[in-house]
Structures are given as structure tokens and as C-alpha cells.
Design a protein around this ligand. Structure first.
Ligand code: DAH
Length: 343
């Protein structure tokens, strides 16, 4: 028995392992049901007399050394296998990629910069608005279809409130807020996100961006409006672009017009984006209706003005020729990465 203990001790001391699996096999070899140490303890039970004490000490010493050796090896292998601590200094470094400005954000600031050159200041307003600022003050009659749940996201029921809370359907609400706060001269551009209850398709979305413009002063004319829009179009799309104003109707302007820009996708020849017309509608405009001025406590006998509103996505589409409106909202990095050069 003395010899068995000595042999096992040198075996334990000499044992090394390359894997946790080998350590486990060694543990079973010693401490398993039929393990060397287990059998040795069985044998030890039969021993009696003087030698028992001495053998007992040695056997326990062996057991302790075996346990320490096994746990040491296990620990070393577990730590070694943890990925955080494996360091390969020869690996090439990983490059950080630079983010991009969203195309809508850059078109928006480009639009604002053009109007700033003309002396327009930037004004903003809330996305969650009320009926008065979106419709009432803008001369929408009570039964106008835009005031229907089909077209507008209402937050409050119309039956429950005289001035229900809703998501603004256009940035024209900001011109009302500006006129309520300030007397003319007013010259502002108002960027913002707007919401409409529409089915999502390549050409329409329930959320998009507009920039509204407003100029109120004494003796403002339709010619001023036309020249402002032409200047904008040429700055935005280049000197060769043309604009067209088509008679239209908006409750808040009289007369009103729809503004088209010659289609830069097909060069005016006609394509599926401009529906073969060579023109793309970018917004509406007109002379501010005196009723709107009166609603905002501005003397319509003394002052007049023009207003316009344009879709930022429409302009981005013309500029970048990405034809599906949905791309601008999905934030797919494969789309966004293509705008790295845009500032
Ligand atoms: N608010 C209109 C819309 O969302 C756009 C618009 C048209 C704004 C004519 C104006 C305007 O200021 O004069 O369709």
C-alpha cells in the first residue's frame, strides 16, 4: 500500500493536460467509482493497528494534492479558452466607418440655407397640434374633407372637443403661430414633419417633411412670390431648371397655385416619376387669404403676403433620383451609405 500511494503521488505530480476533457478523464481515473484513489480508500478501511495512522496521513495528503492539481489545471485551461483574453497582436486593426447625414436632413438644410440668403428666418412649431392652428385659422370650412378621420390622425375625438388635438397635416400651422405672436413684417421658413392618414406606397407615406414659407408685409405681390420660387429652384437644381405655376385652390391662399419644377430625372422628356409630363409637383403657393390674416389679428387692409409649402422628399427625389419614397424612412444602411459624400 505504501508503494501504491507513492506511485499515485508521482503520477499526480507529473500529470499535465492540454484540454479540460483530459483533466476530467484524470479526475474520473482517481475519484470515479472504481478510481485508483477510491479503491485505495476501500483498501485502507481494512488496515488496522499501528500503520493505520501513518497510512491515513499519507492517503489524505495524496487526495489533497490530487484535488489541487486537478483544480489548478482546470482553472488554467478555462482562463486560456476565454476569448476576451486571447490576444493576437498580429491581427490587422479594424477601421471605424464614418456616419452619414440622412439625405432628408441635408436637403432640408440646403432648402433653408437658400431662403436664408433671401432674408427668411427659420421658425418651428409642434407636431402635435390643434384643429385651430392646422385648419381653423387657415380658413378651412368646418366640413372640409381634410378634417375627416380618413385624412388626419386625430388624437382627440371631434365630438369631445371644439378644438381637438391632432397630428399636423402640414407645416402651414407654423405660419399661424408666427402671425399670432408677431406683427409684420414677417419673413419665415418653417421646416417640419407632417402626418397624413394615407396608405404607404412608393409615392405616398403617412409621414413626410415639408418646408413652409411666409412673407407678410405691405405691398407684397404675386410677382414677388414667383421670383422667390424661381430663385429657389435655380439655386437648388441648377440654372437650367424651369418652374411652372398652375392655378389651384387652397383655403388659406387666394389666388393659389401649384408649383412644378421641370423633371431632372428625364430632363423634361417624360418618365414614370413625372408621369410622362416632364414636370414634377413640389408644392403649393399663393397670396395669403385676408381671412387668415384677420384670424391671426393682422390688419388685412394694411398688410398682404404670400405663402408656399413644399415637400422635402419630393425635392430629395429630384436631386438624388431615388424613386421610392419609402427608402427615406426605412433607414436601411445600404441606402444611407450612398450619401457619405453629401454634407
Ligand atoms: N399646406 C399645403 C399642403 O400641405 C401646402 C401649401 C400650399 C402651403 C399653398 C402654402 C400654400 O403655404 O400657400 O399641401
Amino acid at each position: 500500500m505504501q508503494k501504491k500511494i507513492a506511485d499515485l503521488l508521482s503520477e499526480v505530480e507529473a500529470f499535465t493536460a492540454g484540454s479540460l476533457h483530459e483533466v476530467e478523464a484524470f479526475r474520473v481515473k482517481l475519484f470515479g467509482k472504481k478510481g485508483d484513489l477510491t479503491l485505495l480508500f476501500d483498501e485502507f478501511k481494512q488496515v488496522s493497528g499501528e500503520v493505520k495512522r501513518e497510512l491515513g496521513q499519507k492517503i489524505n495528503e495524496l487526495k489533497g494534492k490530487a484535488q489541487t492539481r486537478i483544480s489548478e489545471l482546470k482553472e488554467a485551461l478555462e482562463v486560456g479558452s476565454a476569448p476576451a483574453l486571447t490576444l493576437d497582436a498580429s491581427r490587422p486593426g479594424s477601421a471605424d466607418s464614418i456616419g452619414t447625414r440622412h439625405p432628408i436632413a441635408s436637403v432640408r438644410s440646403e432648402i433653408l440655407a437658400i431662403f436664408r440668403q433671401l432674408g427668411f428666418a427659420v421658425a418651428e412649431g409642434p407636431e402635435v397640434e390643434d384643429d385651430w392652428h392646422v385648419f381653423g385659422a387657415l380658413n378651412f370650412p368646418p366640413e372640409h374633407p381634410a378634417r375627416d378621420m380618413q385624412d388626419t390622425f386625430f388624437i382627440e375625438k371631434r365630438e369631445n372637443s371644439e378644438n381637438p388635438v391632432l397630428l399636423r397635416t402640414h407645416t402651414s400651422s407654423i405660419q399661424v403661430r408666427a402671425m399670432e405672436k408677431q406683427q409684420p413684417p414677417i419673413r419665415i421658413v418653417c421646416p417640419g414633419r407632417v402626418f397624413r392618414n394615407e396608405a404607404i406606397s412608393a409615392r405616398a407615406h403617412c409621414m413626410f417633411h415639408q418646408v413652409e414659407g411666409l412673407y407678410v408685409d405691405q405691398s407684397v405681390s404675386f410677382a414677388d412670390l414667383k421670383q422667390t420660387l424661381l430663385y429657389f429652384a435655380k439655386e437648388m437644381f441648377g440654372g437650367g431648371v424651369e418652374i411652372r405655376l398652375r392655378p389651384s385652390f387652397f383655403p388659406f391662399t387666394e389666388p393659389s397655385a401649384e408649383m412644378d419644377v421641370s423633371c431632372s430625372i428625364c430632363g423634361g422628356k417624360g418618365c414614370n416619376i413625372c408621369k410622362g409630363t416632364g414636370w414634377l409637383e413640389v408644392g403649393g403657393c399663393g397670396m395669403v387669404d385676408p381671412n387668415v390674416l384677420d384670424s391671426c389679428k393682422i390688419d388685412s387692409q394694411k398688410y398682404g403676403g404670400f405663402a408656399f409649402g413644399m415637400g422635402v422628399e419630393r425635392i430629395a427625389m429630384l436631386k438624388y433620383q431615388a424613386r421610392d419614397l419609402r427608402l427615406y424612412f426605412e433607414n436601411d444602411v445600404r441606402f444611407l451609405r450612398q450619401f457619405t459624400a453629401v454634407v
